[in-house]
Design a protein around this ligand. Structure first.
Ligand code: 13P
Length: 237
């Protein structure tokens, strides 16, 4: 049984999501979390699936135009939020300090951050993948009390794998995920769920599922296609 989280990014229009929701409406699986664009949360009212946000404001709310605060998410019963996704860090210049504030706000309010970490292709070629990831985790967890770190879900997403169809070998993924788990245990005495993300689809899911250290997946593109997403969930249940 693996956790499957869908990050639908900004892919779908209302019409496309209406069709998606119609096709997944029988889904009733506690190991699935869908993160749609926040404007669409209400479209899942009649679907028994957990929802998450793709991001959360680093501010408490009120006068922050365009942001969605943790209080607003909580008031919608949304208790999960992706934080530190590489697209926000690269395209929107979010810093590790921003991610750290978000992680702390979520954990302080009994919400669950889904923290994304991962290396660029240049970092992979230079052999610094693990150091990059350990630095990202340490930065994101600065001043977080040790007793709530085990709530955090980590998503290992090699940046070069996102949306490209290029997936690391099983051994590479296993090696990085085991290192992340060991790092969290050694540094924070914490056991965490660690997901893999990056070009997961119906063609590679069987092979990925043979990697026992992977606790689940953070899925982008394939989570917007109902039939494909349901097939992946099926194979993970
Ligand atoms: P893809 O599955 O489209 O590669 O996206 C992965 C991702 O960024 C999930 O957060």
């Amino acid at each position: 049984m693996k956790l499957v989280i869908g990050n639908q990014k900004a892919y779908l229009t209302k019409e496309q999501l209406t069709d998606f929701v119609k096709k997944i409406k029988e889904l009733n699986n506690k190991n699935v979390i869908i993160c749609p664009s926040s404007i669409y949360f209400g479209m899942f009212d009649n679907v028994k699936v957990l929802l998450g946000a793709q991001d959360v404001s680093k501010f408490d709310g009120d006068a922050t135009t365009g942001d969605i605060s943790f209080k607003q998410l909580k008031s919608m019963n949304i208790n999960f939020s992706i934080v530190g996704h590489s697209e926000r860090r690269q395209l929107l210049k979010e810093s590790i300090e921003d991610t750290n504030i978000k992680v702390r706000k979520l954990l302080d309010n009994n919400m669950i951050p889904i923290l994304c970490v991962g290396e660029t292709i240049e970092e992979k070629s230079s052999g610094v993948t693990k150091q990059v990831i350990f630095d990202e985790i340490s930065g994101a967890l600065k001043d977080v009390p040790n007793n709530c770190i085990d709530k955090l879900i980590i998503a290992y997403e090699p940046i070069w794998s996102i949306g490209t169809g290029n997936v690391p070998t099983n051994d590479e993924i296993d090696n990085v995920i085991r290192s992340i788990k060991k790092f969290l245990l050694d540094e924070y005495n914490s056991n965490n769920i660690v997901l893999y993300g990056g070009s997961v689809n119906t063609k590679n899911i069987d092979e990925l599922n043979t990697v026992s250290s992977i606790d689940g997946y953070l899925i982008g593109g394939a989570s917007t296609k109902a039939v494909e997403f349901l097939q992946i969930i099926d194979k993970c249940s």
